[in-house]
Design a protein around this ligand. Structure first.
Ligand code: NIG
Ligand code: FE
Length: 424
């Protein structure tokens, strides 16, 4: 469903372009005061100086909204999540608070495989219902596109079910977000294959991935490339097979130890490499040169009490950095966009302008969608986050609080929390 909409008296704040913004380009935002943005059938058809619109309401075929001088940003793109899952892992969270590490819990049969158990014993309806609740929350924080991964099935049927649930949600008539699906069968080794990781890799390549590709269920393939999970060689093998099947590539890289996943992502020209807490300077340079988006997930580092990814080094080296939430039931049960902004700026030394680019245009780049989303420009989707303030610095200054008063998807106004005024 798409709409016709005119937003007037807006302060447009947007990166521009139809490619990722790398390095120092990330700080360049276009700001248009007293702007009008017109959306026709879901697509932006005008951005520029106000055209003397005076009245709210529906007339001349368009809904008219007075933004009262508040900031209008592109809808946020959350380019890394695991939002389709069964069960929850609050107990594990408490174990971590008491000192256990994420990997030690995983090595003792908890972690990802415990969500696999819950997801396998769930069904498509309840997975979708759980996901809808999460999507409603994302939408209220201004998210208009979200990536979601499989990886809690680790068998043919449940992996396909997770991906099918995402496809169905994406085809909902009144959808709040666009969903981009990623196949992450190589998320952990399931109990049927313990001690036989190579055999599991072959099973994915020979049995699961061809089915995923045949049904067009995933745009991307991702691998948890990590010590004691999938090695560099196993990751390469899976990604090569995925490429042959027409999927684009992502990688969970250098999250816990410096294994060299970032370098692998660069050598394979992956669309993005994600986490990157321990990426080496050499691999960061290789990513910048290869145009691989560095997707950083500060909420996960925060929740696991780990060091943050070296965002400053990456930007100063010329990388395109994206920010995403990593929403999942284990390492990071949060999809908070406000907290992502705060951590990126306070703890990773990104500027607010860089963080905005990272959550909009570069998030789109991490999904290979810069031609259609990620900025407020003619020809792109009418997806916006309208703030409750005329000062975009509130996105970080108002720490962890939601400054989005209206989310607009394809020219349709979705949320109105009735606090639409010039101060938060
Ligand atoms: O991105 N690190 C691997 N995968 C997820 C965590 C998934 C889970 O713990 O359930 C992540 O952090
Ligand atoms: Fe992840």
């Amino acid at each position: 469903m798409n709409g016709n909409l005119i937003i007037y008296n807006a302060l447009v704040v947007t990166p521009v372009g139809s490619t990722a913004r790398q390095g120092e380009e990330m700080k360049d935002l276009t700001i248009i005061d007293n702007a009008t943005v017109e959306v026709t059938d879901g697509i932006i058809t005008y951005v520029g100086a106000g055209r003397n619109e005076k009245r709210e309401g529906f007339y001349q075929g368009y809904w008219h909204i007075n933004a009262h001088g508040n900031c209008l940003l592109p809808g946020f793109v959350d380019s890394h999540t695991h939002f389709i899952f069964g069960g929850e892992r609050s107990e594990e969270f408490s174990m971590r608070l008491a000192g256990a590490s994420y990997m030690s819990i995983m090595q003792h049969g908890g972690g990802i495989v415990s969500t696999v158990k819950a997801t396998r014993s769930s069904n498509a309806d309840s997975l979708a219902e759980n996901a809808r609740k999460l999507i409603r929350r994302m939408s209220k924080m201004g998210v208009t596109t979200v990536e979601g991964k499989s990886g809690y099935g680790l068998d043919l049927d449940t992996e396909l079910m997770q991906l099918q649930v995402m496809r169905n949600l994406n085809n909902d008539g009144c959808k709040l977000v666009d969903i981009v699906s990623t196949f992450l069968g190589a998320h952990a080794v399931p109990k049927e294959f313990v001690g036989q990781t190579d055999k599991y890799v072959d099973f994915l390549i020979d049995t699961v991935m061809p089915e995923v590709a045949k049904n067009g269920l995933a745009r991307f393939c991702d691998v948890f490339c990590e010590d004691n999970v999938f090695s560099l060689e196993q990751s390469r093998k899976i990604l090569e097979a995925a490429k042959k099947l027409g999927m684009k590539l992502k990688l969970h890289a250098d999250e816990i130890v410096p294994l060299g996943g970032a370098g692998l992502a660069a050598s394979m020209h992956a669309t993005s490499a994600d986490h990157l807490l321990h990426a080496s300077d050499k691999d960061i340079k290789a990513m910048a040169d290869a145009g691989v988006v560095a997707t950083l997930l500060p909420l996960t580092a925060f929740a696991l009490k780990e060091q943050y990814a070296p965002a400053r080094t990456m930007i100063d080296t010329g990388c395109a950095v994206a920010l995403a939430t990593d929403l999942n039931p284990g390492s990071c049960f949060s999809g908070s966009i406000p907290l992502t902004f705060a951590l990126a700026c306070i703890n990773m030394n990104m500027s607010i302008e860089e963080a905005i680019t990272a959550l909009t245009l570069n998030g789109a780049a991490a999904l290979d969608l810069t031609a259609s989303i990620g900025s407020i420009e003619v020809g792109k989707a009418g997806d916006f986050a309208l703030l409750c303030t005329s000062n975009y610095h509130f996105l970080t200054y108002y720490i962890g609080m939601n400054c989005v008063s209206h989310t607009i998807k394809g020219g349709i106004l979705l949320s109105n929390d009735n606090y639409f005024q010039t101060s938060c």
